[in-house]
Design a binder for this molecule. Structure first.
Ligand SMILES: [Zn+2]
Length: 413
């Protein structure tokens, strides 16, 4: 089966994940796709493919070379975002042959304009897949699933293709942030891995934000405003003082690339109490710690001014920048760069201004950068998958596998 046919088959499965459910996976549709994938992969003659009761697929293809090379894994997620529903019969995605660089009219009346959508500029002359404008396409991450499955099929039908042991996994609930909670590193069995998820083909991502969430509780003292002198402490005004001490240029709307920020997510209060929540994001570990220390110091300073216990600052660490786990194993990045260049595309290594599943896995001992899949406008009705780029991504996966076949370097596990 051709890669894009496989992709068009997967996107018809409704695998939307939903927050607040007490089942794993969060929705049954994800397991339905997982079961179909297991059957498909078995049909290639791959024997080691397992679906666990939580909807995770793990499997491997044994080495066909006699080299003690590391086990390389590939991971994609089964679920799609809850921003919009999946395509349904009658609302199937359509293929645009040889995109001419013009405006694309969707059936819904929405348009895709290359002037606004710079991703389209890289797609001139390519075959594209779009929706009718009323559904998600689901390229995030069924593009990644289709690319890995197609690479597995290639390996099983081309015994002359030399490779070490290759592991694979397809996971549920990535979009709701819980896919790593139940990920079984041992069942996966890889020394190193790549997530194949989101982003333009050619992008290799291994630097992400360190992220923390901060809750600030402020207790005020409310009195009758006419008798407030030397008594009232207005919690909302103290909150404004708190925020005024954070540098205004270090906000999401004024930062890019490696610049970190404080983001005021939520504020709610009156004279007697006020509650604020912030996000802290920063690539550099030391500066991340400094940012956390800064919000603590502001709280202490305001307590010195208004009395102990006025301001309580609580900080929770979220994800960590995987760069520190990947840097000791730069062959992961070097091989990916070479593979992408050999597919005729200039590799890019952008810093992610967010988190990624591979980050958590990297800290569990499996360094895991991300490869872009060749689809874009994720979570939106104007999603596009570029068939040519997806095929290149599949080739790049195979080239990476090939490079590791005679890599005698380190093994992790
Ligand atoms: Zn994704």
């Amino acid at each position: 089966m051709k890669l894009h046919e496989r992709f068009l088959n997967y996107v018809m499965y409704d695998t939307m994940s939903l927050e607040g459910k007490d089942t794993v996976p969060s929705t049954p549709g994800q397991k339905v796709l997982a079961e179909a994938l297991v059957e498909e992969i078995k049909s290639f003659g791959i024997e080691d493919v397992r679906l666990d009761d939580k909807g995770y697929i793990y499997g491997s293809v044994p080495a066909n070379v006699d080299v003690d090379s590391p086990v390389i894994g590939f991971i994609a997620h089964l679920d799609t975002s809850d921003a919009h529903p999946s395509p349904t019969p009658g609302k199937e995605p359509r293929i645009i042959e040889q995109y001419d660089g013009g405006v694309i009219q969707l059936d819904s009346g929405d348009k895709l304009d290359p002037e606004l959508d710079t991703g389209l500029k890289n797609a001139i002359g390519c075959r594209l897949i779009v929706t009718d404008g009323s559904t998600l396409l689901g390229g995030d991450d069924k593009a990644g699933v289709a690319e890995i499955v197609t690479a597995l099929e290639y390996m099983s039908t081309h015994p002359e293709f030399k490779h070490g042991k290759v592991a694979f996994s397809f996971t549920p609930d990535e979009e709701i942030g819980t896919s790593q909670d139940n990920f079984d590193v041992e069942a996966f069995g890889a020394d190193f891995a790549y997530t194949v998820d989101g982003a333009d083909f050619g992008d290799i991502e291994y630097e992400n934000f360190n992220g923390a969430s901060v809750t600030v509780e402020i207790k005020g003292v409310e009195t009758h405003p006419g008798e407030a002198k030397d008594k009232m402490k207005n919690a909302s005004l103290i909150a404004m003082e708190f925020d005024a001490m954070l540098p205004p240029w270090e906000r999401p709307e004024h930062t890019q690339d490696y610049e970190g920020f404080y983001h005021l997510m939520h504020i709610n209060g009156d004279c007697s109490s006020c509650r604020m929540s912030y996000l802290i994001r920063e690539h550099d570990r030391d500066r991340y710690e400094e940012r956390k220390a800064a919000v603590k110091r502001i709280g202490e300073m305001l307590n010195a001014r208004y009395g102990a216990g006025t301001v309580t600052v609580e900080i929770r660490d979220g994800y960590r920048n995987m760069a520190e786990m990947v840097r000791p194993h730069m062959h992961l990045i070097d091989f990916a760069k070479e593979a992408i260049a050999e597919c005729g595309v200039t590799p890019r290594v952008p810093a992610i201004r967010g988190g990624t599943d591979g980050a958590e896995l990297s800290f569990k001992g499996v360094p895991c950068p991300n490869l872009g899949t060749g689809s874009f406008n994720h979570h939106s009705l104007t999603e596009v998958a570029i068939i040519d780029h997806m095929e290149q991504c599949c080739r790049a996966i195979l080239k990476i596998i090939e490079k590791y076949a005679d890599f005698k370097g380190e093994k992790q596990n």
